[in-house]
Write a protein that binds this ligand. Structure first.
Ligand SMILES: Nc1ncnc2c1ncn2[C@@H]1O[C@H](COP(=O)(O)OP(=O)(O)OP(=O)(O)O)[C@@H](O)[C@H]1O
Ligand SMILES: [Mg+2]
Length: 257
């Protein structure tokens, strides 16, 4: 790895199954092992990488993301996050890891209804025990970064879709997490809002954040440094578009232009 550091994400032989017996679904299974049983998924992600996860509906993208984000645990296999085996952590410790290390952006925004943009962005800081004045200062800084300082007092129903998604990005980055996980962050957006949100994510990666982003769209995947494709719960291709330590492709293109 060019950074010389161990990968921030290491998953080894991870499987995830739902249900039992005839009704079992192997949402993540990896390639078949020599005896025909699932080998599980192996994946390393270096610090500073920008990975797009693609695959058709039901291929296991969200399942993988939920495991990476410590929102769900594998049926089998190991997940080392920053060198820590998260399989050994209890619920409280997992919640702490989520709060400290990971920012999430969900397809459906997941904003709290009837709550101002500023209060939404303050929430993860409240969970982290940050005091009110500092919370407000950092939440305003995050909203400023996403270009929404002038909408701080607006509730979700008073914001456009793109603005709501930018509030969700601000909420994901307000704790300064090392890793940003985004499940179709532009799935509900028009092309202009898509560009805005991708520009933000590109900028976060350029400043060193590791990004893993699910998408269905080739245009969105072009922003990533690496594209991983899933079919039926297994990684079938893993293509590097740009080196980990280079700027993300869209920003590099701007510099040239
Ligand atoms: N809680 C659950 N119980 C049973 N099966 C599940 C559960 N969650 C997911 N699955 C199944 O696991 C498989 C993978 O689902 P997953 O949500 O990871 O797909 P996805 O690639 O994110 O698809 P999409 O693009 O539609 O979001 C699917 O076949 C789905 O039906
Ligand atoms: Mg999904």
């Amino acid at each position: 790895m060019s950074t010389g550091k161990p990968p921030v994400i290491q998953i080894r032989r991870v499987t995830k199954s739902y249900g039992h017996g005839d009704a079992v679904v192997h949402a993540l299974r990896g390639p078949d092992g020599p005896d025909g049983t699932p080998h599980g998924v192996d994946l390393d992600v270096a610090e500073g990488d920008y990975v797009a996860v693609m695959g058709s509906s039901g291929s296991g993208k969200s399942t993988l993301m939920n495991i990476l984000g410590c929102l769900d645990v594998p049926t089998a296999g190991r997940y080392l996050l920053d060198g820590t085996d998260v399989g050994h952590l209890d619920e409280g410790q997992l919640a702490l890891v989520r709060n400290r290390k990971i920012g999430f952006v969900f397809q459906s925004f997941n904003l709290v209804p009837r709550t101002t943009a500023l209060a939404q962005v303050e929430l993860p800081l409240a969970y982290a025990g940050v005091r009110a004045a500092e919370r407000r200062r950092r939440a305003m800084a995050a909203l400023t970064l996403v270009g929404l300082a002038d909408r701080a007092g607006h509730k979700p129903n008073q914001l456009s879709g793109g603005q709501q998604q930018r509030v969700a990005v601000a909420r994901a980055l307000v704790t300064a997490p090392a890793m940003l996980l985004a499940d179709e962050p532009t799935g509900n957006l028009d092309s202009r809002s898509t560009e805005e949100v991708l520009g933000l994510i590109d900028g976060l990666n350029a400043r060193g954040r590791t990004v893993v982003m699910i998408t269905h769209e080739d245009e969105v995947a072009r922003h990533a440094k690496r594209v991983v494709r899933l079919v039926d719960g297994a990684i079938v291709s893993d293509v590097r578009q740009t080196p980990v330590d280079a700027p993300p492709p869209a920003l590099a293109a701007e510099v040239v232009a």
